[in-house]
Design a protein around this ligand. Structure first.
Ligand code: AMP
Ligand code: MG
Length: 351
């Protein structure tokens, strides 16, 4: 999961992220409504990314504290492949044998396997050896040799993960990387906490994953901005509205490496071992859970527009695809509420 960034990069990301979220929330909030509710906002680094919690109703500050504590625990005890204490790191360290892990971790891996299977392996959490080799966004980022890529690809295959009797195992040489679903899982865990709180509504963004929960102050749907994949973090391509739910975006601008004028991004195609090249520059997915929205945004980015459609149907998800040619495809369930606001892009209809 989490990569090592320099402190400076992270703080710059935090600032930019906070600005972007502030803009997003400005759209979402009805500032002219007479019924302003108590609100509390906290932005900080967690899970290797910028997390912002905007909470409405009583006890916001306490809830924010509990949310950030829970994210730290999720990272340290369950998801991080770097921190040796986590379930995922322990599974990787024991590759070839099995280790007992928390029931939650088994659940995450089962759902990940379902998306791997239905996506024909476009999404695959066993590509840890490959992501560590490229290390895009990390301190050791480089373009590996074809021989190294071939060797890493040999270890990839979700079918080798075994989950039985509270134990988990991967094959020898194999490594899990839950970077494509960690932020969505965080949204699911936060939603469960919010259900137990006295809050009336919340917008939580964990990197590229967003949770819209409860009532929006002033009533009506929440409005979500879609980032311009070619612009700054605060620039938008358009927006759509939802009564609530989970939204994740995967984009080729998130983490990159440029060598000899060629730019490589962080979403890898498990078939080739190279950054996915499906003609997309970003995909935003709305799905019934955070894990699904996150897994599907990564899967769709690898599959491309046409091949993603059956996968989205399978999981009752909707999406907004942006292509290199700046065409924007919106699936039926979001078409009504989506508005394109950026003249550099054009709406395209489903083929
Ligand atoms: P996301 O930004 O949610 O699309 O996740 C990208 C992250 O997931 C990368 O930084 C890798 O750690 C990991 N990853 C990259 N490609 C894939 C893939 N095809 N399937 C699963 N995980 C991936
Ligand atoms: Mg993802």
């Amino acid at each position: 999961m989490h990569r090592t960034y320099s402190k400076k990069t992270l703080w710059r990301a935090l600032l930019l992220g906070a600005l972007a979220v502030a803009l997003l929330l400005l759209i979402g909030l009805d500032f002219w409504s007479g019924q302003r509710e108590a609100s509390f906002e906290k932005s900080s680094l967690a899970m290797g990314t910028v997390v912002t919690a905007q909470l409405y109703g009583p006890d916001g500050e306490e809830a924010a504290g509990a949310i950030f504590d829970a994210l730290q625990a999720l990272e340290q005890e369950r998801l991080s492949w770097r921190l040796s204490s986590s379930d995922i790191a322990r599974i990787n360290a024991a590759a070839g044998g099995s280790v007992p892990v928390a029931p939650q971790t088994i659940g995450y891996l089962q759902q990940a396997a379902a998306v791997s299977q239905k996506s024909g392996g476009a999404f695959d959490c066993t590509l840890g050896a490959l992501t560590q080799l490229w290390d895009i966004g990390g301190e050791n980022a480089r373009v590996p040799s074809q021989a190294e890529i071939d060797a890493a690809l040999q270890t990839v295959g979700y079918q080798s993960v075994s989950l039985q009797g509270g134990q988990a195992a991967v094959a020898k040489g194999q490594a899990l990387d839950l970077g494509a679903i960690g932020k969505g899982i965080a949204c699911d865990e936060i939603a469960a906490m919010l259900e137990q709180s006295r809050l009336s509504g919340a917008v939580i963004s964990v990197g590229g994953s967003i949770l819209l929960w409860g009532q929006r102050p002033g009533g009506g749907d929440w409005k979500i901005g879609v980032r311009d994949p070619r612009g700054e973090a605060s620039e938008q391509l358009g927006s759509f509205s939802l009564p609530g739910g989970y939204v994740s975006t995967s984009g080729n601008y998130e983490r990159t490496l440029t060598v000899n004028g060629q730019t490589y991004h962080h979403i890898l195609d498990p078939k080739t071992g190279y950054p996915a090249d499906s003609g997309l520059i970003s995909v935003t997915v709305m799905a019934p859970t955070g894990l699904l929205s996150d897994a599907l945004s990564t899967a769709c980015f690898v599959l491309g527009y046409q091949d993603s459609l059956p996968l989205l149907k399978e999981f009752h998800a909707e999406a907004i695809f942006v292509t290199q040619e700046r065409a924007v495809f919106v699936t039926e369930g979001l078409r009504q509420s989506f508005t394109l606001t950026n003249g550099d892009y054009h709406l395209a209809s489903a083929g």
